[in-house]
Design a protein around this ligand. Structure first.
Ligand code: HEC
Length: 319
């Protein structure tokens, strides 16, 4: 019965009208929320899209860039950030920045440099790190130089020390390029994106403004920029991004590159360390892409054969 009445009533309204009356509130809602978002600003700035060598189906790591990125990590980032899933030997594995197919001339025959554990560059890098080991026979812990089998040591002996030094524990960077939306683009943008906080916000001590770092600065607007309801005054926007407890770690000329051709700038360092952290997070990316391509080629050829045989079987010719 109710349905019958409804149908009768509906009949009197034209479809157009019904559609319009349903759409109007939607449209109004869209305009309204858009308006609110605009008035308050905020949000996080989209990461810059870097043209990485590893983008696209034929992408590959730029070995020299990964090596430089490792240098940046070692000389700058490693004083705060761990890399706990990475062992020194990974650096010498196939596809790694210090992999060698064979030893340089003059090496004894019994050394296999293609083996990451015997690779002299990897051994030298590992030996520069102090590794806490033990306990020894008398029950004491001791430090010794690293070997290729060791993992990158944590810069802090425990969480408490990390918090004491930074206010928070600096996150491990092993999977950072995979863990954050935007991946290496985000890392690059974060490292190059530190800015002076706008005048109308008060971010407080010990934190640094970065429009690419997710956050909400709506409560950081200085009182003189708010109206009597606590809303930002006309023309005042909540700045994009947020604040973090990492001081801008890079400055020009902080790392000395062996290759004179490569600029020693924040921009270049950020690209190189982004490339390194991408390799760290996905060392097998190159072989994954290669396999993908092989599968595609195989499918194309297979598809061709299937099509040809279909034509053959269904052709009008008598066999
Ligand atoms: C002096 C210590 C210090 C140094 C040096 C340092 N960082 Fe950090 N970093 C931190 C701290 C602390 C945080 C956590 C900040 C927070 O959450 O407020 C952090 C956070 C990060 C984040 C995570 C941001 C997020 O989205 O959570 C990345 C990525 C990062 N650092 C990369 C680097 C790289 C790359 C370098 C070297 C070029 C570096 N950091 C050098 C202390 C440091």
């Amino acid at each position: 019965m109710i349905i019958k009445i409804l149908v009768m009533k509906m009949g009197k309204l034209s479809i157009k009208r019904v559609a319009l009356s349903a759409l109007l509130p939607l449209l109004a809602g869209a305009l309204w929320t858009g308006g609110v978002a605009q008035a308050s600003g905020g949000g996080t700035r989209e990461p810059v899209e870097v043209e990485w060598s590893f983008n696209g189906p034929f992408g590959h790591y730029d070995k020299a860039a990964v090596q430089r990125g490792f240098q940046v990590y070692k000389q700058v980032c490693s004083s705060c950030h761990s890399l706990k899933f990475v062992a020194f030997r990974h650096l010498g594995e196939k596809g790694g920045p210090f992999h060698a197919d064979k030893c340089p001339a003059g090496f004894p025959d019994n050394i296999d440099c293609a083996n990451p554990v015997e690779n002299p560059a990897v051994k030298a890098i590992a030996a520069e790190y102090d590794i806490v080991d033990g306990p020894d026979e008398s029950g004491d812990m001791f430090t010794r130089p690293g070997t290729p089998a060791d993992y990158f040591p944590n810069p802090y002996p425990n969480k408490q020390m990390a918090i004491l030094a930074n206010g928070v524990v600096p996150p491990d960077l092993s999977l950072m390029a995979k863990a954050r939306a935007g991946g290496p683009d985000y890392i690059y943008s974060l490292l190059t994106g530190f800015e002076e906080a706008p005048d109308h916000v008060d971010i407080g001590p010990g934190v640094y403004y970065n429009p690419y770092f997710p956050g909400d600065l709506s409560s950081a607007i200085k009182p003189e920029y708010l109206d009597e309801h606590g809303h930002p005054k006309e023309g005042i926007h909540v700045p994009e991004g947020g604040v973090l407890k990492m001081k801008p770690p890079l400055v020009d000329n902080i790392v000395d590159y062996a290759d004179e051709e490569i600029p020693e700038t924040v921009d270049q360092y950020a690209k190189d360390v982004g490339q390194f952290l991408m390799w760290v997070a996905e060392p097998k990316m190159e072989s994954r892409k290669q396999t993908g391509l092989m599968v595609l080629v195989y499918l194309l050829i297979f598809g061709g054969i299937v099509y040809a045989s279909y034509r053959q079987i269904w052709s009008k010719d008598e066999h």
